[in-house]
Every structure is written in structure tokens, then in C-alpha cells.
Design a protein around this ligand. Structure first.
Ligand SMILES: NC(=O)C1=CN([C@@H]2O[C@H](COP(=O)(O)OP(=O)(O)OC[C@H]3O[C@@H](n4cnc5c(N)ncnc54)[C@H](OP(=O)(O)O)[C@@H]3O)[C@@H](O)[C@H]2O)C=CC1
Ligand SMILES: CC(C)(CO)C(=O)C(=O)O
Length: 347
């Protein structure tokens, strides 16, 4: 059995932790604070609950639990108790927290460690590689890119003595079959980690680097369309299936993203035709129609959003190709306005 650490004990982190534990793996959640670790150990008694409420199986609802999940703090200054090397690490933090979070456990990563990035958006792992290179660190452990379209959330009213993630949309996930260049590529633990993840009941498939790039770009487009709109209208993803207005926006956005992708990635142009992107967007909306998208969850919690790594990333892509991205850019600005409004409210 493998030993897994999960960085970020939010919705995705808890979902993957529970599935790994269910298969018998040794699983440790890395949390931001000692207080949360104490609550998990003492009040939650190291148990994770998962409520399956899949959009595809309404109104079926099943609840299952796993015990024996461990918890540690990820903070560097609390680490005197937690120095054990990390073997396989799943990163499930928001893009804006990921650099700081990974740096806080860097001393526990060895040449044998595998770090799998499940967050949305693009460019996060590369930013960590660049930061490590700037610091002249002697090695960068194996970084493996991944992406998931499962929908899940931690209910806002859930009290801290109970860790319960709602798996609201059963979809799929993809993981690269090789580590990113610039990180340690020759590492037998990569294969073992991929095998463990593929055997979870989460529809995860390993893919070669060019296929994972395609999957990441496709997911980026889905998030650039779905997340800002539902965060602005403050509703579950399924709202986008209910009106012609929403469908028109999806169509126009897919058209815009398709021309940007085709210009930047000519080899992939035949796989990113507007109607193909539209199908991909609609299919994920159907799978996750009961989910409150992660960006909406951020707005509700008055946290920053991942708009920079999603729409912001596509805007930069368009700029570098000499193209305009009016719709993606408008959504970017609207979310920035909404972010600042919720930020002011939280003060
Ligand atoms: N939710 C979803 O349906 C989907 C999410 N995703 C992507 O997955 C990623 C994770 O999303 P999600 O699980 O929803 O996010 P959450 O906000 O639910 O979870 C993020 C977790 O990261 C923790 N965290 C932040 N900084 C640190 C740190 N320095 N050290 C340790 N932990 C830290 C937060 O802790 P704290 O609670 O203390 O703030 C929080 O528990 C995102 O990129 C998201 O876009 C992808 C597909 C679907
Ligand atoms: C798959 C989807 C759209 C689920 O809501 C997501 O990625 C998110 O919420 O960030």
C-alpha cells in the first residue's frame, strides 16, 4: 500500500483522501493550522465522510466514511513534529495558495517524492519550478500534472467537528504518465502513484504529455466559461443548462477560446473547434449540475478566486498571439469587481 500526503484539506483534498483511504492506503491530510489538525484528530476522530449526490443519479444519496486518516500541519514553523519524508503528495490547494503551501513542506520532499498537481488553471507547477530554480535548490522532485472535472464541495454549514465532503458530480480525471521536464523524471514511484490513482473509483486515466496538455487546455476552457458565470449569478452549474441566454454566452465564449487556442496550438486546432469546446463544456455542466463551482465557493467564502490562473491565463495567451479576447476579458474584470466587493464586505 502507498503512503499519501494531501496538501489542502478542502473539497478535492478530502474527496481524494477518502478514496485513497478506502483502498487501504496510508493517508495524511496536510492542513494549514495546528488548530484544524487538533479538531480533526480530537473531534472528528480521524474520520472523513463522503456524501455522494451525483447529478446523474438523482435523487440517490449515499453516505460513506473512512477512518484512520492522519492529519499534520503544513506550516514550516510547526514542522518540528512532522519531518517524515513525503512519498506521494497530491496538491489540492487553490492556485493562489499553492506556491506558499508547497514551499511550506519543501524540506520534506526528497528525490524520490512524487508531487501531483490537481488544481484548476494553468502555470502553477511551472511557477513553483521557476521559484525553486531561482533559489538554486539542488533538485526538484517529480512534478506530475493532473486535472479533474469531479464536482465537490464542503457544505458551508458543516461544523468543524465533522469532515464531510459532498461529491455532487461524478465525472473524470486525467494524470500525466511522465513528470514535467525540469523535475526528476526517472522515478519509479511515478508509475506506482499513477497505478494507485487509476484504481480509485474516480475514473482517472493516465495520459502521455501531449494528451495531458490537451486535457489541461480543455479543462481551462471549461473553467473559463463555467466558473465566472456561475460565480456572478451565484447559482449551481446547472443554471447554465436552463436558458438560451446562457447557451449563447457559452457558444460565443467557446468561439473566442477556440480561435485563441488554434492560433497558439495549431496542431490541436482540429480538436478545439468551437462546437467541440461547447460539447466539452455542456458535458461537464451536465455531470456537475448540482455543484457550486469552486469559484462560486470562493466568492461565498469571501476568499480570492482563481480568475488569474483561468481567464487571466487565456487573456495572456491571446495577448501573446496578438489576438483580442473581449469576452474572456470582460468575465475576468467582472470577477475582479465581485472579488473586491466581497473582500470589502469581509472587512
Ligand atoms: N471543488 C470542485 O468542485 C473542484 C475544484 N477543482 C480545483 O481543485 C483545487 C482545490 O479546490 P477545492 O478543493 O474546491 O478548494 P478548497 O478551498 O475547498 O480547499 C483548498 C484547501 O487548501 C487549504 N490551504 C490553503 N493554503 C494552504 C496551506 N498553505 N497549507 C495547507 N493547506 C492550505 C485550505 O485551507 P483552509 O481551509 O485553512 O483555508 C483549503 O482547505 C482548485 O484549484 C480548484 O479549482 C477542480 C475541479 C472541481
Ligand atoms: C468541474 C467544475 C466546473 C465543477 O464545478 C470545476 O472545475 C470547478 O468547480 O472548479
Amino acid at each position: 500500500m502507498g503512503r499519501y500526503h494531501i496538501l489542502g484539506a478542502g473539497a478535492i483534498g478530502q474527496l481524494f483522501a477518502a478514496h485513497l483511504r478506502k483502498q487501504g492506503h496510508d493517508v495524511t491530510l496536510l492542513m494549514r493550522s495546528n488548530k484544524k489538525v487538533d479538531v480533526f484528530n480530537k473531534l472528528a476522530k480521524n474520520i472523513l465522510h463522503v456524501t455522494n449526490i451525483y447529478a446523474s443519479q438523482e435523487p440517490n444519496k449515499t453516505i460513506w466514511s473512512v477512518n484512520g486518516v492522519k492529519a499534520e500541519t503544513a506550516q514550516a514553523n510547526d514542522q518540528q513534529n512532522y519531518t517524515e519524508p513525503i512519498e506521494s503528495l497530491l496538491v489540492a490547494t487553490k492556485t493562489y495558495s499553492t506556491l506558499e503551501a508547497v514551499e511550506s513542506i519543501w524540506s520534506r520532499l526528497t528525490k524520490e517524492s512524487v508531487v501531483v498537481f490537481f488544481g484548476n488553471g494553468m502555470g502553477t507547477a511551472q511557477r513553483i519550478i521557476d521559484s525553486a530554480k531561482m533559489k538554486n535548490l539542488p533538485y526538484i522532485p517529480s512534478f506530475v500534472l493532473a486535472t479533474t472535472s469531479h464536482g465537490c464541495l464542503v457544505p458551508i454549514d458543516s461544523n468543524n467537528s465533522h469532515f464531510n465532503v459532498h461529491h455532487t458530480g461524478f465525472s473524470s480525471a486525467a494524470i500525466a504518465s511522465e513528470a514535467l521536464p525540469g523535475t526528476i523524471i526517472d522515478n519509479p514511484r511515478i508509475g506506482a502513484t499513477i497505478k494507485d490513482l487509476e484504481s480509485l473509483n474516480l475514473n482517472i486515466k493516465a495520459m502521455p504529455p501531449d494528451e495531458i496538455e490537451y486535457s489541461l487546455l480543455k479543462k481551462l476552457a471549461i473553467n473559463a466559461v463555467v466558473n465566472p458565470i456561475v460565480a456572478l449569478v451565484e447559482y449551481q452549474n446547472g443554471i447554465l443548462l436552463e436558458s438560451e441566454n446562457a447557451f449563447n454566452m457559452i457558444q460565443n465564449l467557446c468561439q473566442e477560446i477556440s480561435s485563441i487556442y488554434s492560433s497558439k496550438y495549431p496542431k490541436l486546432a482540429c480538436r478545439f473547434k468551437p462546437e467541440m469546446l461547447e460539447d466539452a463544456v455542456i458535458s461537464v455542466i451536465r455531470d456537475t449540475k448540482n455543484n457550486r463551482a469552486s469559484m462560486l465557493q470562493d466568492i461565498t467564502k469571501m476568499q480570492p478566486t482563481e480568475i488569474d490562473a483561468i481567464n487571466g491565463f487565456i487573456c495572456e495567451m491571446a495577448k501573446s498571439a496578438g489576438l483580442a479576447a473581449p469576452l474572456v476579458t470582460q468575465l475576468y474584470h467582472l470577477i475582479k469587481i465581485k472579488e473586491s466587493k466581497s473582500h470589502n464586505k469581509s472587512k
